[in-house]
Design a protein around this ligand. Structure first.
Ligand SMILES: Cc1ncc(COP(=O)(O)O)c(C=O)c1O
Length: 405
């Protein structure tokens, strides 16, 4: 006999992780994967982190292995980093998390319930969809464009017409999955609108440190005078995902509640990891690490756009992001990236079909996300060649089946 569990409304909408299913298919030997959002293994600062961990063990002993409050020197380092990005804050404004995903969940618990609605971008990070849907909040998707990111006029229209909006969750830099970035002028408008309509903005920003060309654009939070923006930062992409460490810059009056919510999830971040990351930053390792990482990512981005131009230039469109980890590929109308995904897996090349990121639950799309950071330039060339073969084969089948109908 098996017990039938009665599930909460929120959890019953979360049936299966599409991402986990897709990514599981991408790990087999010989696979060239453009699917994940990972930094390359060989670019992780292993020796430096090892050194920092050794120092922490020697210097802090048992303290590094205990429960403990958020590590003050890490908050100082993060505040200094954020000041450098134009955000007026001190260590007292920094709330440490176990990564941005945890930040999204904590904020969802704080802000959302079934009577409320939240704005998300029409294509957005799957973790945003999971955190919000888990709290039954009504999602209002707003278009996001490859050129300028979220459509500010559409955002304004949504603010005006939906009085129950509790927050808008945006990814303004090197968007996941689109690779798009919001220009400075549009950021200024977003802050103005947030203040005017009293809608908090959750600025989810794991990717801005990964800029490899173009002008640096300050975060939305940098021009937030009304305290409307909650900023989420992460060490996952700029340092190493397994640190599971990130931060929020949030209005101070929210911090006590955020702390209580967080304590219901876990009892603070690892002392060991917080201390090692603080040491990494205090030694000045972060800036040179990012320079090296971004230089390598640029070569990989170039390899991908060159291969796309060569292999699919007559059929497909894509953007050329100035940083981050992803670009967005659009295939001819009528193609279904989900069908192509399964054929591509057979040819040992993987990507994530666009529908997985859709806030509107669309089940097919002719677009897909390509990661360029986790394969070498040579693998990228080979992988895009394989992908192009699959796309062309699929189009041929489509054309033939049109004649058969
Ligand atoms: C836009 C966005 N937000 C948040 C996250 C989660 O990051 P973290 O590893 O810090 O939890 C990701 C991870 O891919 C992401 O792309």
């Amino acid at each position: 006999m098996t017990i039938r569990f009665a599930l909460s409304q929120g959890s019953s909408s979360l049936k299966r992780s599409v991402m986990r299913d897709l990514l599981a298919l991408t790990t087999r030997p010989g696979m060239i994967s453009f699917a994940g959002g990972l930094p390359a293994d060989e670019l992780l600062p292993r020796d430096q982190l090892q050194d920092c961990l050794d120092t922490v063990f020697r210097r802090d002993g048992a303290q590094a292995l205990q429960y403990g409050p958020p590590y003050a020197p890490l908050k100082e380092q993060i505040a200094f980093y954020m000041q450098g990005r134009g955000v007026a804050c001190t260590a007292d404004d920094i709330f440490i998390t176990n990564g941005s995903q945890q930040g999204l969940e904590i904020l969802s618990r704080l802000l959302f319930d079934s009577n409320a609605s939240a704005i998300v971008e029409d294509y957005t990070f799957t973790g945003i969809l999971q955190a919000t849907r888990g709290h039954e909040v009504g999602l209002i998707p707003v278009p996001t464009h490859l050129q300028n990111g979220v459509d500010v006029d559409a955002l304004k229209a949504a603010f005006r017409t939906h009085p129950t909006i509790r927050a808008a969750i945006l990814i303004p830099d090197f968007h996941n999955p689109l690779g798009a970035s919001v220009p400075a002028a549009n950021r200024a408008r977003i802050v103005e609108l947030a203040a005017q309509y009293h809608v908090p903005i959750i600025e989810d920003d794991p990717y801005s440190p990964l800029r490899f060309e173009g002008e640096v654009v300050p975060p939305i939070k940098a021009s937030d005078e009304s305290g409307s923006v909650i900023y989420l930062g992460s060490f996952s992409k700029m340092l190493a995902p397994s640190m599971r460490l990130g931060w929020m810059v949030a209005p101070r009056e929210l911090l006590p509640r955020l702390t209580v919510i967080r304590e219901s999830i876990d009892l603070e971040s690892s002392q060991l990891i917080q201390r090692a990351v603080a040491e990494f930053m205090a030694r000045g390792h972060l800036a040179p690490h990012l320079t090296k990482l971004n230089a390598a990512n640029r070569v990989r981005r170039d390899a991908m756009v060159e291969a796309l131009a060569r292999e699919l230039g007559d059929l497909a469109r894509w953007n050329t992001p100035e940083g981050g980890l992803f670009l967005w590929l659009t295939l001819p109308e009528g193609t279904d990236a989900k069908a192509i995904f399964h054929e591509a897996i057979e040819q040992n090349v993987a990507f994530v079909p666009g529908y997985a990121f859709s806030a509107a639950d669309c089940l097919s799309s002719n677009s897909l996300r390509l990661n360029f950071s986790n394969a070498t330039a040579k693998e990228i060339e080979e992988g895009i060649g394989r992908l192009a073969g699959v796309v062309r084969g699929n189009l041929k089948q489509l054309t033939t089946s049109q004649y058969l109908v």
